[in-house]
Design a protein around this ligand. Structure first.
Ligand SMILES: [Zn+2]
Length: 505
């Protein structure tokens, strides 16, 4: 087990949020006792007699850990192949490749993905775990998440499953016969990781009839599961939207997160606001895969107040919340500016601010999972999910001294996160990930003699898993599978147009 001592962060510039969500830096020390922040003030003396982990934060920023409200945590082995994918390519080359994973692959992928979060200063993730082909899969994913030390809402997924690649066919039963029983079994094992991992649901089957959806979610509610994450995109004309169906089934709640939610109808916007549901924008993927402008700053939809940020696919993009902050900010500014330039005018001021986007990646993310009184900002009494950034690195120097929040949003990279603390435990220190403690639950995946897993150990297993997956991927006839998958998912091929960039539709 990872040990927890009192932690005293000395002489840092500590970023605190105000009541209006704006953040500012104060010169202070931060004392962590157990898993809580117990003092934030200058010149804190170490508690007498306590064994204190003293961390010198001179020339450092001390900030809340980032909250990522939409990610698929296990897909690291597929990295490198999606940079030029559109959504229908990614469906086959990414999402459905879960069928080629063994439980061992999800364990190592999930562990590497969780460590990647910690390395980048992301301390909480909403994990849409769309790799559920049997009871060993969620078990492996949850074990890896717990072991890593990450805070997570683990979205147990009812996902579409590939039966065969040659010829391509999907399993006709969207809700697998064993899926609910398996969920029940996991629910009985709570608390997961001392309560650091919360069981939620990941679900995209809103096309199913209400006669199936209603009893399914009644059962889920009876298990005490409150968090729900789902992908959201516009429905074809005449078809009820997913938001409408969710509302009708009674699952559009303040703990429901709609990932993407680009191009929402005004009716859906009104429903989301009325039910206080949440939105997770994942700008990099949405911009690449033609989903529309990020909803969080879409001036025509007005859902910023319930928005937060996510990475989505760490196999396709840099898994850094500040990188997504920049993408959200600059892309929405580009869209806004262009609209005014088209009229021969020039905007008088910049669209959206650094402060607004910083809130999306911190306190708004905490609100999306109902944990704003515990995480998402630094305050006495809150849980100690804290990161320390180097204020004098080549990226950050001068910016961090002038405006620490701007430095984090506009200049920081995962390399600038030198320390990550989650639930009062140091998980990254002096720029290096701490080793993972091998508990008895991990024995079925790790070597018998291991007691600690270092990143160097994880690398070997992840690369082995990648090679095994690649062998299977090489055998797939992608053009045929893509055509069949688009048909199976009801994607209308007739609206896919191949237009050279300089021409008009
Ligand atoms: Zn997603």
């Amino acid at each position: 087990m990872a040990t927890r001592k009192d932690i005293l962060l000395k002489n840092g510039r500590v970023i605190v949020h105000g009541v209006d969500d704006t953040a500012k830096a104060i010169l202070a020390d931060v004392l962590v006792q157990g898993n809580k922040i117990t003092q934030i003030e200058p010149h804190i003396a170490a508690p007498a007699g306590a064994d204190v982990d003293l961390i010198d934060c001179t020339d450092k920023l001390v900030a809340p850990g980032f909250v990522d409200t939409h990610r698929h945590m296990y897909t690291i082995a597929l990295r490198g192949r999606h940079g030029d994918d559109m959504l229908n390519d990614y469906l086959v080359r990414g999402i459905l490749q879960s069928s080629n994973y063994e439980p061992n692959d999800i364990f190592w992928g999930q562990l590497a993905g969780s460590l990647e979060c910690i390395n980048a200063g992301t301390t909480t993730v909403v994990d849409h775990s769309h790799l559920n082909y049997g009871k060993e899969y969620p078990k492996a994913a949850i074990a890896a998440t717990i072991a890593s030390g990450l805070r997570s809402i683990y979205g147990y997924c009812f996902n579409i499953r590939v039966d065969s690649w040659h010829p391509f066919s999907l399993n006709p039963s969207f809700i697998a016969p064993w899926a609910l029983e398996n969920l029940q079994m996991i629910a009985q094992q709570r608390p997961l990781g001392d309560g650091r991992v919360t069981l939620g649901i990941a679900f995209d089957g809103w096309f199913l009839p209400k006669e199936i959806l209603k009893p399914l979610f009644d059962k889920i509610r009876s298990l005490g599961i409150k968090h729900l994450t789902t992908h959201n995109s516009p429905s074809p004309p005449g078809v009820p939207t997913a938001v409408e169906t969710m509302e009708a089934v009674g699952v559009l709640t303040p703990l429901s997160i709609l990932a993407h939610a680009n191009r929402l109808s005004q009716g859906d916007v009104a429903l989301i606001k009325r039910c206080k549901a949440k939105v997770s924008s994942t700008p990099s993927l949405e911009l690449q895969m033609a989903m529309g402008v990020p909803a969080c700053f879409d001036e025509t939809r007005d859902v910023q107040a319930c928005s937060s940020l996510g990475i989505d696919c760490h196999n396709a993009t840099l898994a850094s919340i500040p990188a997504e902050m920049r993408m959200a900010l600059q892309s929405s500014r580009g869209t806004f500016n262009d609209r005014i330039l088209e009229k021969g005018k020039v905007p008088a001021r910049v669209y959206k601010s650094v402060q607004e986007v910083y809130a999306l990646g911190t306190i708004s993310g905490a609100r999306a999972i109902g944990m704003e009184d515990q995480i998402g900002s630094l305050a006495v009494g809150k849980t100690a999910d804290i990161i320390v950034l180097d204020a004098v690195s080549p990226n950050m120097i001068c910016g961090a001294q002038y405006d620490p929040v701007t430095a984090i949003v506009m200049h920081s990279t995962p390399a600038d996160v030198v320390t990550t603390i989650i639930d009062g435990v140091v998980r990254k220190r002096n720029g290096r990930l701490e080793p993972v403690h091998v508990t008895p639950e991990l024995r079925s995946w790790t070597r018998p003699q291991s007691t600690l897993l270092y990143w160097e150990d994880v690398i070997k297993e992840v690369l082995k898993s990648r090679d095994a997956l690649q062998d299977k991927l090489d055998k797939i006839d992608y053009p045929t599978a893509k055509k069949a998958a688009m048909q199976a998912f009801g994607m209308d091929e007739s609206i896919v147009v191949d237009v050279p960039p300089t021409s008009r539709l």
